[in-house]
Design a protein around this ligand. Structure first.
Ligand code: DSN
Length: 428
């Protein structure tokens, strides 16, 4: 498959060569970044479509430019499909990214200086959940919750969200908004206790489902829409659409959310990407998408078991979603996330380093590694392959100073990838 549907139109040898090289990278090395996936040919085609030519500031029926009759239909289609997919009252499909979506929600529903209770970055939260490095912490007053080692089940040790602690913080700080959702947390996030705590303190509830939006759409994770005032997410992770964001909300918040996205945060929407979002929302509504999301979870559990058997410690004690967060310490106390990521890159296995709860190392170095199963499950890999990948990872990391071992692992990786073309399972 070409790197783009109009690949042959790119009379630019330098760009074409780069596209081809990344196509080769994507298909000859193993993609384990938990926030990545292989979008369908239909999503790629819509993203590369002629709608990139159109300016459409505003919303369907209320644009600031002419010629938007068809674009209005495109955006309406995307909004309708998203509302139907998640059972939502209102959808905004314009956010360029998950970060934009989150900031737009805060801008829409809060005043500067209001208090937000959200998950701290090193505990599994996102930059936009109030990290000092994010503009969110400049405008709003964040109070953070984290994870604590679970005490209810000694056979399954690991860090989980402690709802008693969330409730205590909510009662003490009386936030105007509580944010549920994470970017490096391997357990199901139940919206119900968050709703109960929000109601107890009179807070709004936002659910950031960036990572698990696809799992929710496929019915493999609980749907937060009936419980949250607003659900914001990205469309390119488990949802397997184009790179971008979206927001669904209760009807009462529709006007404020729309005004915050445009003109509050953004200018012209990316209607080619919105067309691709519409394609992805339809794909996620089909029966085979639910089969796909169940397979993501099955593969993640097998991957977690195999990684634990190799000596890695599983943060949260296991996984209930598409990702596994590894504490590298018990495997090798000298091994940092940065070195692990770079070593695995050399072995043809693409991962990202990640902080673990209360990480003594910086976010640039880290003591953890985050891996996910969404992309290679799209390519057709199953439990057997993820078990093999765990062994390959362990071998490469144990013998990371031996170039011959890394070359041998890379050859096995190439052989494995050669049997799983990510685009073999999509049909027209
Ligand atoms: N892109 C998100 C992730 O990798 O989880 C972070 O912003």
């Amino acid at each position: 498959m070409d790197a783009s549907p109009f690949d042959e139109w790119i009379r630019d040898d330098e760009v074409t060569s780069l596209l081809r090289r990344d196509w080769e990278r994507q298909t000859t090395t193993i993609q384990l970044i938990a926030s990545e996936n292989f979008a369908s040919p239909a999503v790629l085609a819509a993203t590369g479509s002629i709608l990139t030519n159109k300016y459409a500031e505003g919303y369907p029926g209320r644009r600031y430019y002419g010629g938007n009759q068809i674009v209005d239909e495109v955006e309406d289609l995307a909004r309708r499909r998203l509302c139907a997919l998640l059972g939502a009252e209102h959808a905004n499909v314009q956010p360029h990214s998950g970060a934009n979506a989150n900031v737009a929600v805060y801008q829409a529903l809060l005043q500067p200086g209001d208090t937000i209770l959200a998950m701290r970055l090193d505990q599994g939260g996102h930059l936009t959940h109030g990290s000092p490095a994010s503009i969110t912490s400049t405008f709003w007053n964040f109070v953070s919750y984290g994870v604590t080692p679970r005490s209810d089940d000694p056979s399954a040790p690991g860090e989980v969200i402690d709802f008693d602690n969330v409730r205590e913080l909510a009662l003490a700080h009386r936030p105007r908004m509580i944010v549920a959702g994470a970017t490096a947390y391997a357990r199901i996030i139940d919206p119900v206790p968050f709703r109960e705590i929000a109601d107890e303190v009179g807070a709004l509830l936002m659910f950031d489902s960036a990572h698990v939006a696809g799992l929710i759409a496929g019915g493999s994770h609980p749907n937060p829409v009936p419980y949250a005032d607003v659900v914001a997410f990205t469309t390119h992770k488990t949802l397997r659409g184009p790179r971008g964001g979206a927001i669904v909300s209760r009807a009462e918040h529709a006007k404020a959310i729309d005004a915050a996205v445009f003109p509050g945060q953004q200018g012209g929407p990316l209607e080619h990407v919105i067309a691709a979002k519409a394609v992805a929302f339809r794909e996620a509504s089909l029966a085979n998408f639910a089969v796909y999301t169940e397979q993501i979870l099955t593969n993640a559990r097998a991957f977690a078991r195999a990684l634990a058997a190799e000596g890695f410690r599983l943060v949260s004690g296991g996984t209930e979603n598409h990702m596994v967060l590894l504490d590298l310490g018990p495997f090798d106390s000298e091994l940092t996330g940065k070195v692990a990521q770079e070593t695995l890159d050399r072995a043809g296995i693409t991962t990202n380093r990640n902080t673990i709860p209360d990480d003594p190392r910086s976010a640039f170095v880290t003591s953890g590694l985050r891996v996910g199963t969404a992309a290679e499950t799209t390519a057709g890999m199953g439990e057997r392959e993820f078990t093999q990948i765990a062994a390959l990872m362990a071998r490469a990391l144990r013998q990371r100073d031996d170039g011959e071992v890394l070359t041998a692992v890379r050859a096995e990786v190439a052989e494995l990838c050669g049997r799983f073309n990510p685009y073999a399972n999509f049909t027209r």
